[in-house]
Design a protein around this ligand. Sequence first.
Ligand SMILES: Cc1cc2nc3c(=O)[nH]c(=O)nc-3n(C[C@H](O)[C@H](O)[C@H](O)COP(=O)(O)OP(=O)(O)OC[C@H]3O[C@@H](n4cnc5c(N)ncnc54)[C@H](O)[C@@H]3O)c2cc1C
Length: 492
Amino acid sequence: MKEDKEIYDLIIIGAGVSSTFLCLSIYKINPSFKILILEKNETFPQKVGESLVDLTAVFVDSLDIKHLLKAHTKKTGVRFLFNESNQNDLSGIAEFASPTLPGLINGYHLDRSIFDQQMLDEVVSKGAVVYRPVNIIDTSFRDFENILKIKTGNVLKIVQSKWLVDGSGRNRFIANKLNWNFKNIPLKTGAITAHFKNIAPETTWDTKTNAYWDKNAVGLRKFSTTHLMRKSSWWWIIRLNETTTSIGVVFDKNKVHFNDYENYFIDQISTDAQLSIITKDASRSKINHVEALPYVCDKLYSKGIALIGDSGAFIDPLISPGMELIGQQSIWLAELLTEDKSNNKFKANAWKKYSKTFYKAYSSRLSIYVKAYDFMHSYDIFSAWLKQGNYIYFGWIVFPSVLFKNRLKEPLTFNLIERIGLKYFTKRFDKIIERRTAQKRISVIGKNEITYSSVRVPKNWRFIFVPIHLLFKSLWAYFKLELKELKFLFKP
Ligand SMILES: Cc1cc2nc3c(=O)[nH]c(=O)nc-3n(C[C@H](O)[C@H](O)[C@H](O)COP(=O)(O)OP(=O)(O)OC[C@H]3O[C@@H](n4cnc5c(N)ncnc54)[C@H](O)[C@@H]3O)c2cc1C
């Protein structure tokens, strides 16, 4: 490699959110960090990762880019619709509703083709150099000396940096080159997705009434992230704007089998009681298949190289933890990289701590999902599961992160007692669903049955009562479930 070299503090491969979240986190600490981003595509396609959850909203707020969200749709909450009997008249649909109430934080539905571009423009305005479209022709990785030969347009360039970050998503450009492999994990899910134009109005397929939502939420039910819960699978309905809606299914690969993913998707949307109405007159984009959703690389960094976002790990899209984890990684990596530059010293222990915490967080999160696919179609069991999730999510992550900015970088991890608790509850839920399946029973659902779990982030000291309140609500939901089962056991 004889050409003149361009030298940077950091080169990032890929210009998705991992890359831009990291850049902005670095510039917050050191605005003169020299960053080069290499992106292979000229424009960003529409992609999944469209529901921005509360914690990601707190993170985005911390980067001072809230203004970018104005181009996107304000998310009004999350809803889960159950149709356990799969009846066609839709009158037996039950709902778990978690409306967003006016308060400090708000999620969004993102058009990723727009958002990723906005984010890239933002980092360029702060000084990052971007080569795009780029083709990486040759690589040389040595400890703290990464050299890449690239072609952008008709120009060949040699670029070098002490640190190289792989933000190339599922392409895993560097991880693949270095043969960093996957760890074995106990969850096997896949997804099929598409975008639709002009889906049917909610009045034709949604629950008929939800007075509490209509009165209290920040906006209309149709702009909530809506989940249709089915056996071993769930569908998302995410309206990106008035005309375009993202629809996708995530399924347990041990239970859902098909030969052709397109046929499976089309068959489901034409036969499911709700989906067939939703998509009847809508036009559809190309159908995409993500064959294996969860994975985690057995290595996250070496001397001079680090993985971020989907290049290193992904859990499961249920309740959208994707960008949340990337935000936490960005803050952490930004601290490590800027410290490395200012001290010119590799802090091995700090990197080890980062990696250990990340893996612990990954397995903690994974443990939440592993059994959930067995009972996610059941209204009362899954509602109890969701209430526990709300307690953990808001009580342990969102509130502390709003109050203590340092907490924002800490991903959720469980200690031994918490792990035992979680194991107990998921085992119980699993046992109940097993028994119900054997006895051909489903949840007993009243007319217009709705479980609410709305959370307001108070602006004063009363916030401390919210986690306690959520804890009691989740325990109460669990006891109610056990009581129902007991009643059934003692029924003459
Ligand atoms: C089905 C599904 C649903 C999801 N839903 C949600 C959700 O609702 N909310 C949420 O927060 N997250 C969600 N996620 C996760 C989220 O989409 C991802 O975690 C996030 O988009 C990953 O961002 P990234 O920057 O790591 O990768 P990407 O967004 O994939 O970006 C990688 C970039 O690298 C570029 N690139 C690739 N190879 C090269 C190369 N060789 N040279 C140069 N550039 C390259 C690509 O062109 C791309 O621009 C979902 C994921 C899936 C699979």
